[in-house]
Design a protein around this ligand. Structure first.
Ligand code: ADP
Length: 817
């Protein structure tokens, strides 16, 4: 088949070869192709003249090959197992393996291409490739498996394990060699191994995925619960190659789940128990318990209720059994609820979810029956619990009626006692004689062995004791004594506990010295309170026998206590009044004697000092140094001040004695005169006095002039250093609430001075009280005391309102005649 005239020696070799072979010129023209080649590629004779790339519908016209062949010609380097994919009808033969070499012969270069006809080589090559890939994948798998936080194993088709990941080995603390094959079984808990194998083997045999849980020993020797899942593995060609298993430590979850299960179990049995308990309670209780489902109309309005549950008590009230009412509507069974408002209550509770409680009476077979019921919304129904309270209600009504009767009786009794008492007190008594009389009265009325009244005090040891104010024993006033409250019934009374132990009081208070000393059996008392409600003492009766007439004595003691409290208060006020009077007396005596001394004895020497000081100054002025002159001036000033003080005091003390002769006085003129008198100081202080129209009032002219003058001069005196004083005077008529709306003239003298804190309002009107030091403002502290007295002498009073740094308003109030 050679188309060369002289065949090449190689052609002979090629001709006998089994494999398809072809020899090409370096121009890629076919020199020779052996018969297997023609057969393989189904070529004809005509193809032998063509270029290699053209033959057989250009099956070799493949870019890789076209590029490769000239390179081999050039480089002379052979290529083995060159894989060539070509378009073949037979899918198995799509790939060809080429061995290609360049052959130099007689200065010519030829290319020899031997084609591997059988697929075996190809498969081998492929297999090698695949193995490498498998190895790579497996290595990759191992690294992934080793880093995975789970336990992984692989087994072959022979059920024997050949791989355990790092997670597994770390968990068990064993080596791969120890675990290999079925070495892993040694770690499984002896109680679990059988169960494991009965799952593992049958699933393995039918290639099914399986799941099991068992205990596996960890590196600390501790068995931990493992969840184990395994699936069969197949190659892409569907060849079974073993199992892969993934395990997880579920010990903690398992324990938790077990605990949970236990709890659920317990709860369930509890619920079951309470359910049966509830059932028995529901059936046996005398509370009516029922559940009603709302029935709505098409507009969503509740029109009726379906009885979905009831215990026997509810229908029993109507002579029915539960089975006769359950499943029926209220309209059918309890039509009364649509008339007595209960249906509305149930519907409201259903709509709003707000529970309701009510008491209701119903007539059943002619008898009045009382029910107390609660309605509560529970999911889609309302539960109504009701109690038949007919008995309690009747009893309560009876008690109420009894109480009214009793309290009426008590009131009558008290009234009676009060009248009796009032009669006894017809002759007015007070203090000690009052109490003695009172206790004698009680003793004679009650026939009690002892009656006592006392105040509670802490003694020197700090212990609470009763100091008796009056004691009557066996109908006679006896000497007062003192006794401890400790361990006795009086302690209870003072604390506000029980007041009445009509018998066996000694066995109730076995440690009470008083009860034992007086051999007391019955004891009753009532506490005494002061006006603020504090307990201050008690009035008590003690009897050597049991006290019979408890209610009577109780009422008597109550009235006696009230009356005693009043007497105590009166005594206290009396004491207070006495004290105040004594104080006043003392002050008056002191003042009178002072006034006498000052008017006679003090003024005289003072005038002499003033007289002689001014004479010396007149005569000897020229001989005096400047400082001596200043000293002399100080003497004169001090003497003047003293005279001023004495005169003020005399004025103050003589005020009470002075005659009250009221003369209508135009206050505008009075203020004008004051302004004239004070012209010097007004100009000096740059003061402004603004006077609104003032009324003409009946006053003691000199005194009222002094009153206004004091207030105006204070307004100028207590001015701010850098602000010119402005004094505003006006008068108005106002009604005063505290005098039942009576009308008063209110004359205001307001300044813009230093003011004062309101809390000192009353202080500044006291004698000698000054808020500001002598070094800041000169004064005696008598001026406002005089003002107060003058206002009072005119049947009025004076008030002041101050605001620090803003000013003060002094208001004189005089009743409008
Ligand atoms: P004094 O001789 O000290 O002025 P008064 O009896 O007149 O005595 O006043 C008593 C005190 O009231 C004064 O010392 C002063 O502190 C306070 N006081 C009186 N008038 C005023 C006023 N207009 N503004 C502020 N404080 C005043």
């Amino acid at each position: 088949m050679s188309n060369l005239a002289t065949s090449l020696p190689i052609e002979k070799i090629i001709a006998v070869a089994h494999e398809p072979m072809i020899l090409l010129s370096k121009e890629m023209k076919i020199i020779y192709a052996n018969p297997p080649f023609y057969i393989k590629f189904n070529l004809s004779e005509s193809d032998s003249k063509k270029y290699f790339f053209e033959i057989g519908d250009s099956i070799f016209d493949i870019p890789d090959l076209k590029k490769l062949l000239p390179e081999i010609v050039e480089s002379k380097k052979s290529v083995a197992n060159f894989e060539l994919f070509y378009d073949s009808k037979d899918p198995l033969e799509k790939t060809l393996l080429f061995n290609i070499d360049a052959i130099d012969y007689q200065k010519e270069t030829f290319l020899l291409l031997a084609i591997n006809d059988s697929n075996e080589d190809l498969i081998r090559v492929r297999l090698k490739d695949t193995e490498a890939k498998v190895l790579e994948i497996e290595n990759r798998f191992r690294t992934i498996a080793d880093t995975a936080p789970v336990l992984i194993w692989l087994s072959g088709p022979d059920k024997l394990c050949y791989f355990f990941n790092k997670g597994w080995l770390d968990f068990t603390g064993r080596s791969m060699e120890e675990e290999m094959g079925d070495g892993w079984k040694q770690g499984v808990h002896p109680e679990d191994i059988k169960k494991c194998l009965t799952i593992y083997i049958p699933h393995f045999d039918v290639r099914k995925p399986f799941h099991m849980e068992y205990r596996l020993k960890n590196h600390n020797g501790e068995y931990r619960w493992i969840s184990h899942k395994a699936v069969p593995r197949y190659t892409p060609e569907n060849v079974f190659v073993g199992y892969i298993g993934v395990c997880m430590d579920i010990h903690d979850q398992k324990n938790f789940a077990e605990e949970l299960e236990k709890q659920i179990h317990q709860r369930t049995s509890e619920v079951e128990q309470s359910q049966s308990f509830l059932k028995s309670v529901l059936n046996s209780t005398n509370y009516g318990i029922a559940s009603y489902e709302a029935i709505y109309d098409k507009d969503g309005k509740i029109i009726d209720f379906l009885i979905s549950y009831t215990n026997p008590e509810v229908p029993r009230n109507f002579g029915l059994e539960p089975h006769e009412v359950i499943g029926k509507t209220c309209k059918e069974v309890y039509p009364g609820i649509f008339e007595n408002g209960i249906f509305e209550r149930m519907a409201r509770c259903m709509d709003t979810g707000i529970s309701d409680n009510y008491e209701i009476s119903a007539l059943h077979e002619g008898n009045k029956m009382w029910l107390n019921a609660t309605i509560e919304k529970v999911n889609n129904s309302v539960a109504v619990t009701s109690k038949n309270i007919t008995q309690e209600k009747t009893a309560a009504l009876e008690i109420e009626a009894m109480n009214t009767l009793l309290s009426n009786k008590n009131r009558e009794l008290e009234q009676l006692l009060l009248t009796e008492f009032s009669e006894s007190f017809y002759s007015y008594k007070n203090g000690q004689s009052f109490f003695n009389f009172l206790l004698l009265e009680i003793a004679s009325k009650t026939k009690m062995d002892y009656v006592l009244l006392g105040e509670v005090f802490p003694n020197e040891a700090g212990e609470q004791v009763i100091k008796c104010f009056s004691v009557v024993a066996f109908g006679k006033v006896v000497e007062n004594f003192e006794y401890s409250l400790k361990n006795g019934p009086c302690e209870q009374v003072i604390k506000g506990g029980s007041f009445s132990f009509p018998k066996d009081s000694r066995s109730i208070f076995p440690d009470s010295k008083t009860l034992n000393d007086f051999n007391v059996n019955g004891y009753m008392a009532h506490p005494l309170s002061d006006s603020s409600g504090n307990t201050i003492g008690l009035i008590a009766v003690l009897h050597q026998k049991e006290i019979q007439d408890v209610a009577y004595i109780e009422s008597l003691l109550k009235i006696a206590a009230k009356r005693s409290e009043m007497e105590f208060e009166r005594m206290q006020n009396e004491k207070l009044l006495e004290m105040k009077n004594a104080e006043l007396e003392k002050q008056n005596v002191e003042l009178a004697s002072f006034a006498y001394i000052s008017s006679h004895d003090l003024q005289e020497p003072l005038r002499k000092i003033q007289l002689f000081a001014s004479r010396i100054l007149d005569k000897e002025k020229a001989n005096f140094s400047e400082s001596s002159q200043a000293y002399f001036q100080s003497i004169t000033n001090a003497a003047n001040r003293m005279q001023n003080l004495i005169e003020s005091l005399l004025n103050y003390s003589s005020m009470d004695a002075s005659e009250i002769k009221l003369i209508p006085t135009d206050l505008n003129l009075a203020v004008d005169e004051i302004k004239n008198n004070m012209i010097e100081i007004i100009e000096k202080r740059n003061a402004r006095i603004e006077v609104e129209k003032l009324p003409t009032l009946s006053v003691i002219p000199v005194q009222f002039q002094q009153l206004l003058s004091n207030l105006i001069s204070n307004g100028i005196k207590y001015s701010k250093e850098d602000v010119a004083p402005v004094i505003k005077i006006n008068a108005e008529i106002i009604p005063l609430e505290e005098f039942a709306g009576k009308q008063f003239w209110k004359i205001n003298i307001a300044d813009n001075g230093i003011g004062f804190q309101q809390e000192y309002e009353h202080k500044i009107f006291e004698l000698f009280k000054r808020l500001h030091g002598k070094s800041d403002y000169e004064g005696t502290g008598i001026g406002l005391a005089i003002c107060k007295k003058i206002a009072q002498k005119h049947g009025g009073f004076i008030r002041a309102v101050g605001t620090p740094d803003v000013g003060a308003v002094f208001s004189i109030y005089l009743p409008v005649k």
